[in-house]
Design a protein around this ligand. Sequence first.
Ligand code: FAD
Length: 465
Amino acid sequence: SPSILWLRRDLRRGDLPALGAAHDAARSDDGQGEVAAVFVLDPALWRSAGTVRRAWLAETLKATEAAYDGRLCIREGDPVKIVPALAAELGAGSVHVSRETTPAGRRRDRAVAAALDEAGVRWVETGTPYAVGPGTVTNGEGSEYKVFTPFSKAWRQHGWPGPATEPKGLRLASVSSEQQARTTLKKAREAKGLPDLPAAGEDAALERWAEFRDGALADYGKDRDRADLDGVSRMSPYLKIGAVHPRTMLADLHDGRRNLGQGADKFETELAWREFYADVLWRHPRSAWHDLRPALSGMEYADEDQAADLVDAWRQGRTGYPVVDAAMRQLLQEGWMHNRMRMVTASFLTKDLHVWWPVGARHFLDHLIDGDIASNNHGWQWVAGTGTDASPYFRVFNPITQGLRFDPEGNYVRRYVPELAHLRGPAVHEPWKHDDGYAHGYPEPVVDHADERREALRRYEAVRR
Ligand code: FAD
């Protein structure tokens, strides 16, 4: 009997331990030893993703289907029904997955595993989307690390295996897809107003990685904060969807034959942040949408109705703070935003506009191609001061000096804010200092940063007392 490989956020064929496990099971279960690769389009998840993420998934599935020699079965519906039905249809003895670690994914998997169990089909979890599975890294007392730096040290010490190789003699079963699912995916790929997406799929991911590894990685430590440069990997959309496993990248960073220098160390640390936030979410599922720490409980946040216009200005990139607006427009235009700018814009919403972080986290998830509940929502909490290693609350990002430091020539702002394109060099960051600063319709600041900074600190002092 065949075994089923149920792909979720591991849309690739290489470095996929669950594929090896599915192959081994199919071999030992007797018969033909075929693996049926399956993807289930879950309406619940589909609804919660924005148009960019849907298109990205649809493009990636297309590439994945080709990578599986056209043998990827795509069905649409609730996995709790679809997966057991498919197992019955194929007479499969086992269903293989990479272990899911988000709250919603874990709930779904428990329900699917229970339904399969009733039907006598084995549920087998092999590997996770992380180098070290969430929940694995513990301190001397066997408990979690609450702050990043000791976690990252222990994570490195724990280590990870090298990339998995494809099982020899793999035979893929041909199982028909559903027309309805194909139509849904086609519509998503052809949706109006989509930004230019990166090339999708595993080959494209590996190509992008090789380009970055052999290029910008050397200066990554120096350039990664510069919003105006191409100094970062842009691997996040591929990691999010599992077109590449971080193990594959980490193996390159550790390859002794190459001298990748300090950039490689720094890059490894950034991958460790991804692993840390997944670990935090695994241990504290509630922190997806609630403050992780009670540090700011009782904090006075802006009333949603009263702040609606300000929040809209933030969403649309019309706050009158050039670097904030450039970044918010980059998000809407490209479905991606530079990390430094994610911090600056999150700080602006939470500390200059005094809005509770989930409002911003939701907007990011609606628009980011790499939108990921663990990295996004804990990134937001970090900035807001409610999360892990929260940057001290009183460290409020100054949107003007951040612009001058991380976009020193003003090229980033000019790229996304045409109303300021006539200002030269760093002048774009302070249009109020120039006679023609507002000549092309750029809005004046919606709030005064110095005043709102004081106000944020006042509110903070009030909850500390
Ligand atoms: P690179 O600098 O090239 O880093 C390489 C990889 O390391 C990234 O692809 C990512 O997987 C990981 N990484 C880097 N920085 C972080 C970080 N601070 N936290 C977690 N992982 C990190 N990342 C997401 O993948 N999805 C999100 O939804 C997301 N939302 C964020 C929201 C906020 C408010 C903040 C402050 C950060 C968020 N990040 C998120 C983290 C980070 O901004 C992005 O991973 C990064 O900008 C992606 O670009 P890159 O691949 O070029 O990054």
